[in-house]
Design a protein around this ligand. Structure first.
Ligand SMILES: [Zn+2]
Length: 456
């Protein structure tokens, strides 16, 4: 078993990690939440700095974060307890910078996280108004070349819509919050956080270090966990719980801006789990086949293993690039098409159980995992084979321009592409329904639930 374990470790450890799941969460979130009465009818909120919340509610935050730690210990598999020294103390921070640092460390997120005051406007509304912030004032990750993303500054006291705060924040956990928090991370803080070593991926690649918080391998075969116990160490449930309960506290204590903002951050992790490649280790590969590939690698025949890693990565990235482009195009052109309707559709929301602490694992990730093999077949059939069936091609390492992929897709047989588009619409239906159900759960816990579709 030890040799097998080592080999599965080898299998996973060099897997390139796609990081952002659904590309731009904020764009899809605008569509998913723009018809939810509890959001669109919510009063506009007054922007306030984080410190207004931290200074005003210090004792309540201290108690909440202690409760979060107790919850995590009781409910999460393989949870590494937070070192006692990191527990939040309301009066320990001193000044504003100290309070923020103490808070971020107690959450065990990157202490240089900006939590800036900004919005990512809805691309449907055209050219955004307002002062653009420098990229690194919002995002700690390096700015990619030719980045089109813009962060628009908002100021304390300014009034903004709940929807814009919520949708913007649904992208925020991909802006550097979960980077380098492991023992073997090249950071000052990682070794102090007590999460252990990075469970899989390359600890020197910053994107890889966030993956275990944005993926959830909860529903694999038992033998996979026996062979590779590190796969239990994925923690999107921790983040969803931390931010959703912070949102509830912020709403309850008169900080609605931070109520919607923390809600959006919690939604991000729920949304990530609607991506089947984030909830299933190897879509399209049976456990027996995975183990067989590993056995071959054990005796030195590692070609099949390397092919598997590249193919999984290519399919994962191609799906996300194509989906993000569909949602963006539909938003910019104000289309009313199947993609938009799937995101907006509230008719399926009540089909699911009511929101709970473990909904993201038991409902969202399970649904996603169950869909993974079917999706893989449809995806492989629909996309040009060079992108998804050729292990010599590395989607992540190449400079594939999304427009090139879209052009290639336009030349494919519609009889093959249509089922793929239908699958993406179905997945975006999940994205929308689970986003709204999570939001209802948070509002319900805050005593703010109102009428509208869903299980409230
Ligand atoms: Zn993510």
């Amino acid at each position: 078993m030890k040799r097998l374990r080592l080999c599965i470790l080898v299998l996973i450890v060099d897997a390139p990690c796609a990081v952002s799941a659904w590309g731009s969460h904020n764009v899809a979130a605008y569509r998913a939440l723009e018809r939810m009465p509890e959001v669109v009818n919510a009063k506009p909120v007054v922007v306030e700095p984080l410190d207004a919340f931290l200074r005003g509610e210090g004792r309540a935050i201290e108690a909440l974060l202690a409760g979060q730690e107790a919850w995590a210990k009781a409910n999460l598999l393989a949870y590494p307890a937070r070192p006692a020294a990191l527990a939040y103390k309301a009066d320990a921070g001193g000044d504003e910078a100290g309070r923020k640092l103490t808070f971020l460390q107690a959450l065990r997120v990157s202490p240089d996280s900006r939590l800036a005051l900004y919005l990512q406007p809805d691309p449907r509304d055209g050219k955004e108004q307002g002062e653009t912030l420098p990229y690194d004032a919002v995002n700690t990750l390096p700015e990619p070349p030719n980045a089109s993303i813009r962060f628009v500054a908002v100021k304390p006291g300014q009034t903004v819509s709940a929807l814009s705060v919520l949708a913007t924040a649904s992208q925020e956990p991909d802006l550097g919050l979960d980077i380098n928090v492991w023992d073997d991370s090249p950071s000052e803080w990682g070794p102090r956080y007590g999460f252990g070593k990075l469970p899989f991926g390359n600890p020197t690649i910053n994107f890889s270090t966030q993956a275990p918080f944005h993926m959830g391998f909860f529903h694999e075969d038992r033998i996979v966990y026996l062979a590779a116990p590190f796969l239990k160490r994925t923690f999107p449930m921790l983040r969803a719980h931390q931010y959703s309960t912070l949102a509830t506290l912020a709403f309850r204590t008169g900080h609605p801006y931070w109520g919607w903002r923390f809600s959006g951050m919690a939604l991000h992790y729920v949304q990530d789990l609607t991506q089947p490649f984030h909830a299933s280790l190897a879509p399209g590969y049976s456990t027996a086949r995975l183990l067989g590939i590993n056995l071959m690698a054990m005796v030195g025949l590692s070609g099949a293993k390397q092919d598997l890693v590249v193919l999984l990565s290519n399919r994962h990235l191609a799906l996300e690039a194509y989906q993000a482009k569909l949602v963006l195009n539909a938003s910019v052109s104000r289309a009313d098409n199947a993609i938009v309707r799937a995101l907006q559709d509230t008719s399926q929301d009540a089909r699911y159980p009511a929101w709970s602490d473990l909904y993201a694992r038991d409902v969202v990730a399970q649904e996603s995992y169950d869909f993974a093999n079917t999706l893989n077949v449809i995806l492989v059939n629909a996309l040009p084979s060079a992108y998804v069936q050729d292990p010599a091609f590395d989607f992540g390492a190449s400079d594939v321009k999304i427009n090139k992929l879209m052009d290639a897709m336009a030349k494919m047989d519609p009889a093959k592409v249509n089922p793929f588009n239908d699958s993406i619409a179905e997945l975006l239906g999940h994205f929308g329904a689970h986003s709204r159900n999570a939001m209802r759960g948070i509002l319900n816990a805050a005593g703010m639930a109102r009428g509208g579709a869903g299980p409230l």
